[in-house]
Write a protein that binds this ligand. Structure first.
Ligand code: 9D3
Length: 243
C-alpha cells in the first residue's frame, strides 16, 4: 500500500515507520509512506499556508490552494487513491474501518492544523475520520494511529499472521489476561489451567475471561454482540465465580 500524508510536520509523521510493525511493513515492501510538506505548495513569499477566517473569530484557517495542490501532487505520485481527512468532525475510527482501508491500493491522508482547512477543500475529500471525541492539536497523531493500525493488516507485515486475527476487537471482545514466568510472583500464582497443557481447557478459560473482561469494562461492546449459547454459558460462569 502506498500512503501519502499531507502535513505541516513531515518529519514528525516520518517517525512512524522507524518503529515496530509499520517499520517491518516498509522493510517487507508492503508499505511506502511519504510525508509531503504542505508548505512546499505555498505561493506566498514567506511560505504562509494559513490566513484569517472570513466572518471573524479566533484562530487561522488553512488556505485551499496549497492543500489542493498537495493533493494533486500526491495523486500524481501514487495514483487516484482515496483521500482521507483526519478531523474532529470525522467518523470515529473502528477496526472495521481499519480492515476495509487496508484493502486499498493507496491512501492520501490530510492532516489539519490551526482551525482546519477552508471548506472548499472538502469536495476533494472522500472520507473524514476522527480518533474520538477529544481535542488534539492537529491531525498528525490521528493519521499516525490510523496508518499504524492499517499496517498490521498488510500481508507480511506482522510476521506471525495469527496475531492480527486473534486481536482484541476482531472478535468484538476485549483480550483475555496474559501470564509469563515466574509461576508464582509476590505470592500470586499463574492460574492453574494455563499450566495444565490442556489446550481445549486453556481456550475455554481464555474465552471466558475475554467475555468477563468485556462485561466488566466495556458492556457497550457486549450489547452489540449476539452471544451464542456457549458464550452466554461461559459469561454466566464468569459472573458466578466473581462472588
Ligand atoms: C474552536 C474549536 N476547535 C478547537 C477546540 C476545533 C478544532 C480544530 C482543530 C479542534 C481540534 C483541531 C485539531 N484536531 C484534529 O485535527 C484532529 C482530531 C482531534 O482533535 N480529535 C480527534 N481526532 C482528530 S483527527 C484530527
Amino acid at each position: 500500500m502506498k500512503i501519502e500524508v499531507l502535513t505541516l510536520f513531515p518529519e514528525f509523521v516520518a517517525q512512524l515507520v522507524k518503529y515496530g510493525i509499520p517499520r517491518k511493513a516498509v522493510d517487507a515492501g508492503v508499505l511506502t509512506l511519504n510525508a509531503r510538506d504542505i508548505r512546499a505548495y505555498s505561493v506566498d513569499h514567506d511560505r504562509r499556508v494559513d490566513d484569517r477566517p472570513y466572518g471573524g473569530g479566533p484562530g487561522m484557517v488553512m488556505e485551499p490552494g496549497p492543500l489542493t495542490d498537495a493533493v494533486d501532487a500526491a495523486k500524481a505520485a501514487i495514483g487516484p487513491v482515496k483521500v482521507i481527512a483526519m478531523s474532529p468532525q470525522g467518523v470515529p475510527i473502528t477496526q472495521d474501518w481499519v480492515r476495509r482501508l487496508a484493502l486499498e491500493p493507496g491512501l492520501i491522508v490530510l492532516c489539519g492544523r490551526y482551525e482546519g482547512p477552508d471548506e472548499r477543500v472538502m469536495p476533494a475529500v472522500d472520507l473524514e475520520l476522527s480518533l474520538g471525541d477529544f481535542v488534539l492539536s492537529g491531525g498528525e497523531l490521528a493519521a499516525m494511529a490510523l496508518i499504524d493500525a492499517v499496517s498490521r493488516w498488510l500481508p507480511g507485515a506482522l510476521g506471525h499472521e495469527q496475531s492480527a486475527e486473534a486481536d482484541s476487537f476482531t472478535n468484538g471482545l476485549l483480550d483475555h489476561p496474559h501470564y509469563t514466568r515466574p509461576p508464582v510472583w509476590r505470592d500470586v500464582p499463574v492460574p492453574e489451567v494455563l499450566l495444565s497443557g490442556d489446550h481445549g481447557k486453556v481456550a475455554r478459560w481464555r474465552l471466558k475471561q475475554a467475555l468477563g473482561a468485556t462485561w466488566l469494562k466495556r458492556p457497550d461492546l457486549l450489547e452489540k454482540l449476539q452471544l451464542s449459547g456457549t458464550h452466554a454459558e461461559l459469561l454466566r460462569e464468569f459472573i458466578a465465580e466473581l462472588r
